[in-house]
Design a protein around this ligand. Structure first.
Ligand code: KIV
Ligand code: NA
Length: 270
């Protein structure tokens, strides 16, 4: 079995409404990538690793070095999914040339299949620039966390008619610019539905709509491994509880000298 490709992902849109929705999750580390990979079409090395892995207050302090290190680990830990790496804040917005320098470094150092960047109409020239130079780009519109200081928080977007139209325009602009897919995050359902119906590229929803061409979640969120879980996250497991139980059992056994037991110690040859 060969690894999926960006054109194969892109073609899932053309397969029409009967196509199976795309399955996408974030992965930041090699072991998690190995576990998620067989079940996913796309693994996203999201800049959400800033909060989830590094305890940062937002995605803004995430660096290219961090994205390259985690991107390479996820590529090493996967063989089936298309791996997409987020462009961190400050690494691409300045100009198409800056974006190309950053994105080509990410591609070369990680072996990923493409990059994702936030922004709609304003980023369209950059998306076109990269796409025409061998770098597949997934766009990200709606609630764009790197713009948190402009948005004033992480509340859902597009509740007013004006903003509804603006986000739909953003989605159309990135598709026209050559993005091979677009993440639509934290928007009222009708925006996601309209984008899915009107765009000729896959629309991947998060906090969006069940009608999207695919869904993405932060793996740690759906596994119950991260403290903050927004409304749009469904928890499929309580990994935090699982870890807590195991660590408590270990601590108890260390204190009672039940660990290590006979099976875990070495003996001299008789
Ligand atoms: O960084 C991230 O995890 C993301 C997804 C939530 C789409 O961008
Ligand atoms: Na992100």
């Amino acid at each position: 079995l060969k690894r999926l490709t960006v054109p194969a992902i892109r073609a899932r849109k053309n397969a029409g409404a009967t196509a199976e929705p795309l399955v996408m999750l974030t992965a930041y580390t090699v072991r998690m990538a190995q576990l998620l990979d067989p079940h996913c079409d796309i693994l996203l090395v999201g800049d959400s690793l800033g909060q989830v892995i590094y305890g940062l207050p937002s995605t803004l302090p995430v660096t290219l070095d961090m994205m390259c290190a985690h991107g390479a680990a996820v590529v090493r830990g996967s063989w089936h999914s298309v791996v997409i790496v987020d462009m961190p804040f400050g690494s691409y917005e300045g100009s198409p040339e800056q974006a190309f320098a950053s994105a080509s470094r990410v591609m070369a150092e990680t072996g990923c299949a493409g990059v994702k960047l936030e922004g709609g109409t304003a980023m369209a020239p950059t998306i076109e620039f990269l796409s025409k130079r061998g770098i597949p780009v997934m766009a990200h519109v709606g609630l764009t966390p790197q713009a948190v200081n402009q948005l004033g928080g992480y509340a859902a977007r597009g509740r007013t008619q004006e903003e509804h139209a603006r986000i739909l325009d953003d989605a159309k602009a990135v598709a026209a610019a050559g993005a091979f897919g677009v993440v639509v995050e934290g928007v009222v359902e009708t925006i996601a539905d309209a984008a899915t119906a009107e765009l000729d590229i896959p629309v991947i929803g998060i906090g969006a709509s069940a009608k999207c061409d695919g869904q993405v979640l932060v793996a740690e969120d759906m596994l119950g491994l991260f403290e903050r879980t927004p409304r749009f996250v469904k928890r499929y497991a309580d990994m935090a509880g699982f870890v807590e139980d195991a660590v408590k059992a270990y601590a108890d056994e260390v204190k009672s000298r039940a660990f290590p037991g006979e099976a875990q110690v070495y003996k001299p040859k008789p």
